[in-house]
Design a protein around this ligand. Sequence first.
Ligand SMILES: [Zn+2]
Length: 50
Amino acid sequence: MAKTMCSHMRNMPHNIKKVTEIVKEPQFICKKCAHVSRKDKYLCKPIPII
Ligand SMILES: [Zn+2]
């Protein structure tokens, strides 16, 4: 299974650069954890930001 944003967040600050890249221009938000991401695949419960 691909790593979600939520799992990336748990590994911070090791993945801070990667996380910054993912959240730079957020298009989706995780309904479960309220994390944001550019791609829905990084979130466990993604919903589009309108
Ligand atoms: Zn999540």
